[in-house]
Design a protein around this ligand. Structure first.
Ligand SMILES: [Zn+2]
Length: 688
């Protein structure tokens, strides 16, 4: 079947001869308009049926209400260091990947002949929110044109992209369809472009037909819950009950993660040069916590609510890393701090936490989100966002093309900073990290209030009832512990301001205007409920206390607030594979070697290790997550461990117990993990 052009597509929709018209049958609309009565081209509301026939409350019947609702894309804007970070990203790979990287530039999704599976949709999944959060006209234009290219190739049966081109009779893995629709609903949310929503709706209808013929397998089976994101989005705007049937079908056909997590196999590290498996694939594990939230909305099963915390507990216990992530290079790999975590897993874990925060309103998911976002995410991106790693290591003392690698399933270049080290998934998927964090910092409460569920400098606009309100957060958090929130309603209004109090924030306080500070309980959401008139400043203090943990083989980790600290190292960067195309752009592949000693152990009193640390504020730099720009640093006493050397090109494993050394005691400087490119963040205990 040849692709429809746009005019033909809209004509078919308008005359009731397209797949889209079929999905708008009155029975499916739950009491909507007659078939074809409301052509849903640009400017004509797709939801006409829903809007005229279904009351807003009814549209949501069938899905449990989330604890908090994310604000429409573009309602939350970045400020301060976060705005600088987003601009760095837009000037880096995200803003330019489509100009030179064939797998996006000439993607089959856009009519080219390069990769035609997940890469272009991954890029859009991050470039769309980045463009609209920054309100960057040039980026919006280029992203919008790419969306248009996908929509213009949609067939009358609702398929698009590679699914439309798949050979007849050959089973098609629908993972990329989940993904592209997840990206496209963001485009609809940001622009209100009804044609985008129509296209997703028609695609979901074709998906329903596809899974009836060929049940989910491979990626689609293991990522079934990602398909629920666009399905719910369309359902909440149309009320079409078949979408809930589709959600139930995907769940029924999808992988049963609770069964996997009830077994013992998930606890075992993948053997070296070992077995790549679907069940232990790291990115799958990072995506899967959200299935509890998405499945719970369908039927409010208590087991769904309980599963995400259980899953995270198992991952932490058997594979957990200091960053809030787990080792997976790229399958689950135990607790050794050199074993590595894939970048895709980092950004997917963040998005999972954002969904969980929204649906369940549990502040622990906010704590986890910040831990991953402020540590694991920035550490694995080159500070200028022109290169990234595939695998980051908590103890990462050099990043080289290393044929002697000890990854479980990855290869020699998996930890260099490059354009597409190891494999190109992270190149295309890294973009969603910062923008989606920004979009989810503030969420609407069910009682017309606003919740700060994660903290970074930002501003949000929303309506409390019919009163427009802005909330602005000025802060250098996570490098500082004071947050200044200004609430400005357009006219007097009463609503709650809900504040997440991290579990680590003992002694947290909130002060409204010039009132007395009030205590807040860590690990809860604190409500400030009042009649707001004019701009009101709410000052939040989240005291950050030094905290020293013990991890693999008893090594120390230094934490303070949401930040983990690692040894500050001097670095030597070297461009490799210099014959890469498009050398005029700053992308490339880089090896990084240590230019200072890294083999330190810490001298800390095991009874009171925190007493041996001091912290010092520094200006937060123009590049906030870089060694030079780090807004905090810590000092401790330590000594070098001459026996601790490289093994297989990495920091060797250190056995349990205090390590002997007769080297002089030195001052050891630690900086936030997210600001490092090389680091040691699990430091052995040195003998006194
Ligand atoms: Zn990846």
């Amino acid at each position: 079947m040849k692709p429809l052009d746009r005019r033909e597509f809209l004509t078919r929709v308008a005359t009731g001869t397209s797949a889209l018209a079929a999905v708008r049958m009155p029975g499916m609309l739950g009491g909507g308009t007659p078939e074809g009565a409301a052509p849903p081209g640009r400017g004509a509301p797709l939801g006409a049926g829903a809007a005229s026939g279904v009351a807003p409350g009814d549209v949501r019947t069938g899905l449990a209400e989330p604890a908090f609702r994310p604000l429409p894309l573009g309602s939350v804007r970045a400020r301060g260091w976060l705005e600088r970070q987003l601009h760095i990203q837009a000037r880096g790979l995200t803003g330019h990947l489509d100009e030179f990287w064939p797998d996006v530039a000439q993607s089959q999704w856009f009519g080219g002949d390069a990769e035609g599976w997940e890469r272009a949709p991954y890029w859009l999944d991050g470039a769309i929110p980045l463009a609209w959060i920054l309100d960057d006209d040039a980026l919006k234009k280029k992203v919008g044109a790419r969306v248009e290219e996908i929509l213009s190739r949609q067939k009358a049966d609702g398929t698009y992209g590679p699914m439309a081109a798949a050979p007849a009779g050959k089973p098609y893995d629908v993972w990329a369809i989940f993904l592209v629709n997840k990206a496209l609903v963001q485009h609809h949310e940001a622009t209100g472009d009804e044609h985008t929503l129509c296209a997703v709706q028609a695609s979901l209808k074709s998906l329903q037909a596809s899974v009836a013929r060929t049940p989910l397998f491979n990626w689609g089976k293991y990522r079934w819950f990602e398909g629920l994101v666009p399905t719910y989005y369309v359902y909440e705007r149309t009320g079409e009950r078949w979408l809930l049937d589709l959600a139930r079908t995907l769940r029924a056909q999808g992988q049963d993660y609770p069964a996997v997590y009830a077994g013992r196999e998930i606890r075992e590290p993948t053997p070296r040069r070992g077995l790549w498996t679907w069940d232990k694939h790291g990115v799958n594990q990072a995506m899967a916590p959200k299935l509890g939230a998405l499945s719970w909305r369908l039927g409010q099963r208590p087991a769904d609510r309980a599963f995400p915390a259980h899953m995270l507990e198992i991952l932490d216990r058997w594979h957990g890393q200091a960053t809030g992530m787990f080792a997976a290079d790229e399958c689950l790999a135990g607790k050794d701090p050199v074993q590595g975590t894939e970048l895709c897993a980092v950004v997917e874990m963040m998005y999972s936490m954002e969904v969980l925060l929204s649906v369940f309103g549990d502040p622990a998911f906010g704590d986890r989100l910040e831990r991953v976002a402020f540590n694991a995410l920035p550490a694995t991106l080159k500070p200028d966002c022109w290169a990234h790693q595939y695998d980051q290591q908590v103890n990462q003392v050099q990043c080289t093309i290393n044929p002697d690698y000890m990854w479980s399933t990855n290869g020699a270049d998996a930890n260099i900073y490059g354009l597409a080290p190891e494999y190109g998934c992270c190149t295309s998927n890294l973009h969603q990290g910062w923008p989606k964090l920004t979009a989810h910092l503030w969420m609407k409460t069910p009682d017309e209030g606003i919740a700060a569920v994660a903290y970074a400098p930002s501003e949000a606009s929303f309506r409390s009832g019919d009163v427009p309100v802005t909330v602005r957060l000025d802060t250098d958090y996570p490098f500082r512990e004071t947050l200044s929130i200004t609430v400005t309603p357009e006219r007097a209004a009463t609503f709650p301001l809900v504040l997440r109090v991290p579990a680590w924030a003992e002694g947290a306080t909130v002060r409204v205007a010039n009132g007395a500070p009030a205590g807040m309980r860590p690990g809860t959401f604190h409500r400030v409920e009042r009649a707001w008139t004019g701009p009101t400043t709410v000052t939040v203090r989240l005291p950050m206390h030094a905290d020293v943990g013990r991890r693999y083989h008893g090594a120390f980790t230094v934490e303070r607030g949401p930040l983990v600290y690692g040894l500050r190292m001097e670095e030597e960067w070297k461009r490799v594979r210099a014959d890469a195309p498009h050398r005029e752009l700053p992308h490339g592949d880089f090896e990084v070697r240590p230019a200072s000693a890294w083999n330190y152990g810490l001298l800390l009193d095991p009874e009171h290790p925190e007493a041996g640390l001091s912290f010092e504020e520094r200006p937060v730099g123009d590049v906030p997550f870089s060694p030079e720009g780090s807004g905090m640093q810590a000092r401790a006493r330590g000594r070098r461990l001459p026996e601790w050397k490289l093994a297989h090109g990495w920091a060797a494993e250190v056995g349990p117990g205090p390590q002997s050394s007769d080297t002089p005691v030195e001052d050891v400087v630690l900086i936030p993990y997210g600001c490092t490119n090389l680091r040691v963040a699990e430091l052995p205990e040195a003998k006194g």
